[in-house]
Write a protein of this length. Structure first.
Length: 177
């Protein structure tokens, strides 16, 4: 049971750490993404505070969902079990993929906004100076990419954990021969 909770807690901590780093960067690209695009929970235009607050508030539950699913598929049942150690590499690969896709998507969003191929909704556009429109889109694209890769990639890691236990069982059987 301790390993179950270690997997769950580690996924929450990794998600929160990723969220804080991600939001520290995007808050500096466009603080208005947090103050205009979200309910302002801070009351100041401080990128560090927004990055910390939203980095935790917007990611802990994603980590909990991944952690619970991964802990269940890795630990429950009679098959050989994954440990946090055997899950480290897939979790790191997922976080790196999230970061790379956020970076690429953020760049693409900024370029598309600068070229006029995408525009902000009027309710946002009217609250920003035009010089911030591309930066806002860049942050929006980066955040959407992070969530999308987290959910799709997290699902893939969970499925991998389940099916890879069958291989662990086969390897364990061959050890006895």
């Amino acid at each position: 049971m301790r390993s179950f909770f270690a997997i769950l807690l580690s996924c929450v901590l990794v998600a929160v750490a990723y969220g804080i780093v991600h939001d520290q960067i995007t808050a500096r690209v466009c603080i208005e993404y947090f103050t205009v695009g979200h309910r302002d929970m801070i009351g100041r235009d401080d990128p560090t505070l927004h990055g910390l607050y939203w980095g935790v508030a917007a990611t802990w539950w994603c980590g909990a969902m991944l952690g619970f699913g991964l802990a269940c598929t890795s630990r429950l049942g009679s098959r050989p079990k994954h440990t946090l150690r055997t899950l480290r590499k897939p979790i790191i690969v997922l976080v790196v993929a999230m970061g790379l896709m956020a970076l690429l998507s953020g760049l693409a969003g900024g370029m598309l906004a600068n070229s006029g191929q995408i525009v902000l909704p009027d309710w946002i556009k009217t609250r920003l100076v035009p010089a911030k429109w591309a930066a806002f889109q860049s942050c929006a694209f980066a955040h959407e990419a992070s969530y999308s890769v987290a959910f799709v990639g997290g699902g893939m890691v969970i499925v991998w954990a389940w099916f890879s236990r069958r291989r662990l069982q086969t390897r364990a059987a061959f050890k006895f021969l």
